[in-house]
Every structure is written in C-alpha cells, then in structure tokens.
Write a protein that binds this ligand. Structure first.
Ligand SMILES: [Zn+2]
Length: 1002
C-alpha cells in the first residue's frame, strides 16, 4: 500500500516536472491518492444484514447543533448567545485593541419621542452590519449612538392635555426631559435586542451639557462670520403651536380646500404707455388668490414684463378687465361670458400704473414687474401681500414696500387689519369677512373651491400661515456654493441621490433657526430694554457656552441676568449696565442641534466621519444641516461618504400608518404577537430582512418577507449542520492537510471559497448586504449542496476515519464552515456565534467576532486546478446526460481523449488507466472510470456513446486549447458493496476493496 502510494507520488512529480515547460508548473506538486485495489470478500452473505453489520463502521455526520429553533427556545437562545458571546463588551474590546485604521460611522440621532419602529430597525441594523464587518476585518470602529432630544413634538407630548398654561419654561423643560429619557431608554433597549454593537455607555444626547456647549461654539463661529442674522420677514407660522416652523417641519396636504376668489383692483392711474389708447376708462385689474385673508395686506399687483396682456370687455355687463392674454379664454369660460379684446399690450407697458385697494379707502397700490408671475393659473396678474408670501416679500425688498403684519401669533387679525377684521381667525371667519367685504364693494368677481397642496404643521396636523416675525436666520444662500463644492469630494450612495441633495440646497435660500418654545437650546442673545437691539458677540456667547458646559442650559432660565452677563463680558462688549438688558426667549431649531453633532461627537483633530447612513428624508434634513454648519465653520463636509436608504413600507408597498392598521412593530416581529399568525421570529430574521432588501428603494415588510427570511435562515442552518456534523472529531490544528496535498476537488473548493470571500468582502464594502446574501445562496446551493456535498459523501462516510482523503475533505469543509459562518456573521451575529460554539479549531470561550474575518489564502489559487476540475465537470455533464434519470453509480465510464492538455489534466485526477476509487471516479460518481486516448473497438452493443469538447483557457488566455473527448458508457458488471453501496464489489456478498481495507484496519 504504502509503497504504491509513494511510487504514485514520485511518478506524478516526475511527469509534471518533465512537462512543466508546457503547463507552466501546471498543478505541480500535486499528489494523486489512487489506492491500490485489494481483493477479499466480506464474510456475511445476506445483503441487508450485511449492511446492518457495517452500519457502525460508516462515519455518518453527528452534531448537537439544532437544525431549527423556534418560539421561546429561539428567543432564549439568542439572549444566551448575546450574554455568552459578550455582545455587550465587544465594542469596548475592539476600541482597546491595536488597529491600523479607524472606521467612523456617525450615527444620525433618532428622535426621542416614541418607541422603536421598523424604520429604526432598517437604519440601525444596516449600520450594524457594516460596523460588524469592519470590526471583523480588523478596523477600529467608532460608533457612538445618539438621540435628538429637544423640540416641539416632545414638548407637546410631554405636556399632553396640560398645554403650556401656567407652567414656567423650567417646568416645561423638566417634563419634556423626563419624557425624552423614557423614550430613549425604550429605544436603546430595542436597539440592543437587535444585536446592535455600539458604545452604549457613552451615547450622545442633544440635551447633554457638553453637547450644548459644543453646539453654541458652532453657533458662535457662524455668527462671527456674519452667517447668522436677525431679520423681520415672512416665515411659515403655525398658529396651532404658536411658533415659526422650518420647511422640514411642514407636511403638505394635497387635499386642502381653499376659498379661491377673483377680485378687481380698479386702475386709478393708467400706465403712461397705455394712456394714449382710447376707451380704457374704468379698467380694473383682475387678480386671483387662494388666500383671500391676505387681501387687506396687499401692497402691489405684479405682472410678467415679457408676457402679453389684454384689456377685455365682458359681453354680459361691459366691465373692462385687464388680464394676461394667455389666460383670457379660460377666464371667459369660468365667468360664463364672452370677453372681447379691446387692446393688447406687453407686460412692460404696464409700468407706472396705480390701482385702488378694494377694501382700504384711499389706498393706492402700484403695478410692479416680477419674475415669479406664472401663466399656468390665475389671471397673470398677482396680488402681492409682502407680509404673507415669500415671493411677495422679495418684491417688497426690491421696491421698498411695507411688510406690515396684520396677523397675530394665534393666526388672528390684529388691530392693524382694522376694526371689522380685528381678532377674527384668518383661515376661517376672517376669510369669510374679507370675502363679504369684497362683495359689498363690488370687487368680488367670482368665488370657487380650490383643492390644492397646502402646508400643515407636521405635528399638530393643522394648516400653517405665512406671516412675518422677527427671527434668527442662517444665510444659506451665501454658503450654498461652498457646500456644493464640498459635496463634490463626498461619495454618495446611490449616486442618484446627489442631485436631490443639490436641489434641496438650492431650494433653501435662508434657514430660520429660532423657535418660540422652551424645550431647546436657547439662542444666546440679550436685547436692550429700550431699543430692542440685540447684544450678541464672541464674548457673550463664549461665556454662555462655558456656563452651559458646566451647568446645562437650564441655567439660561435659572440664573439672574447678572450671572449670564457679568461685568467683564459687558465691558468687552462695550455695552451699558446689565439692567439695560433682558435675555432672549427663543430656542434653536432642532435641525441646528443635530446639525452640529459632528462638532460635539466626532473626535479631534479632524471631526469627520467615514460615512453617514440615513433615510432619504435626511437629504433636506440632517445631511444638509450637518453639511451647512460644517462648511460654515471649516469649509469642508463632515462626512467622506453618504449612504441614503429608502423607507420601510407595508407588504403591499403602502406607507405604514396607525389609521391603515398596517404598522409592523419590530418588537412583535422578534417576540411574536398575540395573533398566532405572528410567530416569534427573533432578531436574526429581522436582520436578514434588512440585509436581503434592496435598501436603496422602498423596503417592504410583512409576513411574506419575514417567513421567507426565516426559511432562508433554516436552509443556511441545514448546510451549517451538515458541515458541523462531518467535522465531528476533526481538529484542524492537528489534522488539517497541507493544501498542496489535498484532493484536487478539495483544493478546488478552497479556490471557490477564496473567490466567494473576495466577492463577499467587496459587497460589504459597498453597503450591499443583499448582494452578500445572493452570493452566499448561490455558493451554498450551486457549489456546495448540488455539487461538492453530493460527491464527497462516500469519501467522508466510508473511507477510514484518519485517511488522507477524508482528512483532505474535512480540511476543506472546515475552511468552508469558517468562511461561510464569518461571511454571514455581520448579518446574523446570533447564528454565527452559535455555530462557532460547535465549530472545531479554537479554544472554548473564544468568540467569532474576536477572531477576525475570513482567512483565505492565496495558496488556494492554483493554476490549472480550475481547468482540471471544470474539465472533469464538463465530461461529467456529458456522462450524466447520456443516462438521463439513471444512477451514475451503476455504470462504467470510458473517457477517451487524444493526447494533449485535457488528457494531462484528467490524468492528474486518475493515474491508472482504470479505477473505481480515483478522484476522477469520485467526480464522475461512476462505478469505474477508464481513461484512454482512444475508445476501444470492441465495445458491447449496449454501449452509449457521446462526444463533447472543452475549451482550456490557461494563464489568462495565453494557452487556449479546444479539446475533444468521447465517452462510452456501459452498465457495470460489478456488484453493490454491502457497506458503501457503490457498485464496486466483485459480488454482492463481498465488500469492495476499499471497504475491505477500512473494515480490516478498524
Ligand atoms: Zn464499499
């Protein structure tokens, strides 16, 4: 035996050595394991009892690793794994170890106003998958989770039915803080249950003293650069929350119904360029508005200078109206009368005209040119109320019109609106009154219901109005170009999100950052009692920042003004006595809070994250506010790359909402619901759902997705169980076979494993866990289950336990188990650690996450190996298709190949002309394989003949050879071996030569 093997080895070496000039060291050093045949008969005669007799000599897979876990057992197991495998300590462990590079993922703070939902699950798990991957491959991960703790929604929820009545700012703040703390505790527990690894003991909170101080420093830097200013201008105002709102705090209701009106403004002074025309006495300008309550605030009527306008005469009452020529036809239809053109003018000819205000006696308003005038709807002549419209305000700035406000903080007309309107709510009875006033004076031409998209307060769900007030602003227009430039260096995933990001930047010309509430970081400004002038400079702000750092920002309300504005600060500020000043009452927009997180959370000297990962709603939110503050302070983005994911939606693709009853609660997903149709899936199913989804689009969740995730994990467990079962008793540290001495097919599997691990690593690096899953599933079903596992069972179960062939196979299986487990560990940390508890090759107590990424060796990349195995597989395919549906093990196969590369490759898999136990025979799964250069002439009449070709492509295409082969297949004359059940025995009562040797050695 031994001699046979040695001589086979030396023959192989000699042959490959001699031919190395052709194959470039093709498979050099490989060893053939063809065993010598031995003759002998098994003693027992009766076949069935013979099989029973040998059952104990067959090495079937054994493992305690459970195939499937469900219900409470599954949940208990996950919690045990979290504890046993140190999920809680992993973050600090990896922070303390030495690592060459850091990977910094800066957590966008979720809002602390409710329980964890699937949107959080999608976001946090996506981040955790990447962090765990980076951790495994040796990076030092920086991930500090945070919460956005301030703001109106929390304030409103904390106050509940109480409202603000009778509570001091400090009392409101206390309640809001308690509310936020409760929400944070519940969310944090959920995130930990999902297996998210983070610095849970050192999270950041926007209400922390140190955070607030860092935020004020950013504010101060921006103020000193002149980027923050106070101004009186129209803002979105929510009467229901009595505060200004930012664009990000609005929700547009597409079904809002307004009372739209057409009204006339009589021309009292004709524009000079129209004056020469005859018959234009008594012309009225016709305007259209969906907000009649703004008519009392009208200061002008705007036209488009480049458009055509017509004076038309109503056929029914001879009234003369000035309208845009393009709008005349639809206005005629609306009024139900014909309109006869009396004269046509270009817009620019309207210059210098004056109209009478319809409701205010003796008030005249000018006709003015403006570029925002649209011809898509209305009359082409735009009623302009500078206090109540953004475009109107810019016209007012240009022409120095009054921006007088007629609406108070509750959304009611103030005394400036006149006694008839005073204290009427503008959106309801105020509108009614204005319309009836217009009717009375004969200015109302038509009223209609208009359904259009209208901004609502995102929290109270009530419509907002536009009204001017004194607010603090960031001049985003002057930051925009720098921000765009900084974005050019940022990688955006998916790249298509970049244009939305840029469009959002363009849309925002200023950013209103003051809010008239208590639960927030105060704007550190003082006002002069008499003049109202603001006192704010680097001395005042630095002093306040110090105080906040030490005491938290409650001190803004707690301390006397003398402590906030001490003499030395007043002196440096060249200000008068402290008694001249009162503190401001506004707080900062929460988007400014979270937008400054880079300064408060990321480490010095260069607070910049590798990546920010958030939902697409942050394109105009946190991504933008962070960019603007960072660009303002230091002229660069706070992130090197951005990952923008979609939202979680219901199984049918709808937005989740309580009213639709389609909300999927992640807690129910994990722990199961009352309804038996909602089983306990555990955290790994939730994680698989995230990983498997295309997170760059809308992500659907429901029973179908969750059941499919559970089934996929079951299939994976099945494969892992097969691997573990066949590794029973194998210690790779002592028994692993050197790759060069392994069977070619085993080496080939290591080669495939190496390719698999490269692809998986790439996919994780691209934030594409769904690709990881597709690669994994293809590897398992195609390369492992249908191919490798079906071939190797005989060798694993029936070769002698310690044989080189079996150990070679186990060496490959152990590497595969390790590679597959590690590849899936970022997605399924619980399953991966559970497998690791059963896996051989490491000491008890070691955990997978502390032992690194997939170890693939370049030794596994062997030239010629692929061609040898793939050539054999091509031949196998021809063989199997020549005996459709029949058992390959019952046939003898003769392979005839003309001398050449393919023949040499096949020879490396089978030394002898004929064999039942060569690697080639194993691959073919045939009873016997004959390898020859031409088919014998005397083939039996029932021989099945087939032919094929295989293209050998070696050394990157340098060597290409199309090789033909012929196959002859005949039913074997051998009998079935009672032990291994292969058709390799001389007679039914006799063991095959291999089994005879194995049994006799046992
Ligand atoms: Zn046998």
């Amino acid at each position: 035996m031994l001699f046979c093997r040695v001589s086979a080895v030396s023959q192989t070496l000699v042959r490959w050595g001699r031919r190395s000039h052709r194959g470039g060291g093709l498979l050099r050093g490989a060893v053939s394991f063809s065993s010598s045949r031995c003759h002998g008969s098994a003693q027992p005669t009766e076949t069935d009892s013979a099989q029973g007799l040998y059952r104990d000599t067959v090495l079937l897979p054994r493992t305690d690793f459970p195939m499937k876990l469900s219900g409470q057992k599954l949940l208990d197991r996950e919690l045990e794994i979290q504890k046993e495998c140190g999920f809680a300590d992993l973050y600090s462990w990896q922070r303390e170890r030495k690592a060459k590079r850091e990977f910094c993922l800066h957590d966008g703070p979720p809002y602390a106003n409710g329980d964890a939902h699937v949107g959080h699950a999608l976001n946090k798990i996506l981040k955790d998958i990447r962090n765990r991957f980076e951790m495994l491959r040796g990076r030092q991960v920086h991930f500090i989770p945070g919460w956005d703790c301030h703001g109106l929604p929390i304030e409103l929820k904390a106050l509940g039915e109480l409202g603000t009545s009778g509570l001091s700012p400090l009392q409101i703040r206390q309640k809001a803080r308690e509310f936020a703390e409760g929400a944070i505790a519940r969310q944090k527990a959920a995130f930990q249950r999902w297996g998210v690894i983070a610095d849970w003991d050192h999270c950041y909170y926007t209400y922390d003293a140190a955070y607030e101080a860092a935020q004020l420093n950013v504010f101060q830097e921006m103020h000193s650069k002149g980027l923050i200013y106070q101004d009186y201008k129209p803002v979105f105002w929510s009467p229901s929350s009595r505060t200004a709102l930012a664009e990000a705090e609005l929700e547009y209701n597409p079904d809002h119904v307004s009372r739209a009106i057409y009204a006339t403004f009589p021309l009292t002074t004709l524009p000079p360029k129209m004056a020469s025309e005859k018959g234009l006495e008594g012309v009225s300008v016709l305007v259209w508005t969906t907000q009649p309550w703004t008519i009392p605030a009208n200061q002008a009527v705007c036209y488009m200078p480049s458009s055509q306008y017509s004076v038309v005469k109503r056929a029914d009452n001879s009234q003369l109206l000035l309208v845009a020529t393009d709008r005349a036809a639809s206005i005629a239809a609306l009024l139900g009368t014909e309109l006869q053109s009396v004269g046509t003018f270009t817009g620019s000819q309207l210059e210098g005209g004056l109209c009478k205000h319809p409701t205010i006696p003796d008030k005249e308003v000018p006709l003015l040119p403006a570029n925002h005038v649209t011809m898509a709807k209305g009359t082409g002549l735009v009623h302009t109320a500078p206090a109540h419209g953004m475009d109107d305000y810019s016209v007012a700035s240009q022409f120095k019109l009054s921006v007088e406000c007629t609406v108070d903080e509750d959304g009611k007309f103030n005394e400036l609106a006149g006694p008839e309107l005073h204290s009427l709510s503008v959106m309801t009875e105020g509108t009614d009154k204005v319309i009836s006033m217009l009717k009375e004076c004969g200015a109302l031409v038509k009223e209609e219901q208009c359904v259009h998209s209208y901004p609502y307060d995102w929290r109270t769900k009530q419509p907002v109005v536009i009204r001017p007030s004194k607010q603090w602003f960031i001049n985003t227009a002057s930051l925009k170009d720098k921000a765009k430039e900084a974005l050019q260096k940022v990688r955006v995933l998916p790249e298509s999100a970049r244009s939305s990001l840029l469009a959002m930047l363009d849309k925002r010309t200023y950013w209103c950052i003051s809010r008239q509430r208590s639960w927030g970081v105060p704007i550190p400004v003082f006002y002069h009692r008499e003049t109202g002038e603001a006192l704010i400079n680097k001395h005042t702000v630095s002093h306040i920042a110090e105080l906040f750092k030490e005491k938290g920002c409650d001190c803004w309300w707690e301390l006397p003004v003398e402590a906030l504005l001490p003499p030395e600060v007043l002196k440096k500020s060249n200000a008068g006595p402290v008694t001249d000043y009162i503190r401001g009452e506004d707080v900062l927009d929460i988007w400014f809070d979270s937008g400054a997180s880079w300064a408060a959370v990321l480490g010095e000297p260069d607070p910049r994250a590798d990546v920010y990962v958030e939902g697409k709603d942050q394109l105009g939110g946190w991504f933008q506010s962070s960019l603007l503050t960072s660009v303002a302070v230091r002229n660069k983005a706070p992130y090197k790359s951005l990952v923008v994911h979609g939202f979680a939606v219901s199984e049918h693709g709808e937005k989740m909402s309580k009213s639709l009853g389609n909300v999927v609660d992640p807690d129910t997903v994990i722990n199961g619901g009352k309804d038996p149709s909602m089983p306990a899936y555990g955290a790994d199913v939730l994680r698989w759902w995230v990983a498997e989804s295309n997170v760059f689009s809308e992500v659907q969740i429901g029973p179908t997705a969750l059941n499919s995730a559970r089934d996929s994990i079951s299939k994976l467990r099945n494969t892992l169980k097969f691997l573990l079962g066949n590794l029973q008793g194998f210690d790779p540290r002592a028994q692993a076979v050197d790759p060069k001495q392994m069977h070619y097919i085993d080496q080939y599997m290591l080669h495939l494993l190496r390719e698999f691990s490269i692809k998986v690593t790439d996919a994780y690096s691209e934030f594409d866990a769904s690709r990881v899953i597709r690669i994994l599933q293809a590897f398992i079903s195609r390369d492992l289950s249908s191919f490798y596992f079906s071939i190797i069972k005989d060798r694993l179960y029936c070769d002698s336990e310690d044989s080189l062939g079996r150990r070679s196979c186990q060496t490959a299986l152990e590497e595969i188990l390790d590679g597959v487990t590690r590849s899936i560990a970022p997605v399924l940390p619980h399953v991966a650690e559970e497998v690791y508890l059963y896996a051989p090759g490491h000491d008890k107590g070691e955990t997978l996450f502390k032992s690194g990424w997939i170890k693939s060796s370049s030794v596994w990349r062997r030239p010629g190996l692929e061609e040898a195995v793939e050539g054999a597989c091509a031949i196998r395919d021809s063989f199997l298709s020549s005996i459709p549906g029949k058992n390959a093990a019952q046939y003898d196969l003769t392979i005839a190949i003309e001398p050449g590369l393919l023949f040499e490759l096949m020879e490396s898999l089978q030394e002898e002309p004929t064999s039942t136990s060569s690697q080639l025979a194993e691959l073919m799964m045939a009873a016997r394989v004959n390898l020859t250069s031409e088919l014998p002439r005397d083939l039996p009449p029932d021989t099945l003949l087939s032919h094929g070709t295989f293209l050998i492509n070696l050394e990157g295409g340098v060597i290409r050879e199309d090789s033909a082969y012929s196959l002859a297949v005949v039913p074997t004359s051998a009998a079935r071996c009672p032990r291994c059940r292969r058709y390799t025995a001389e007679s039914a009562d006799c063991l095959c030569p291999r089994c005879q040797t194995v049994v006799s050695q046992a």
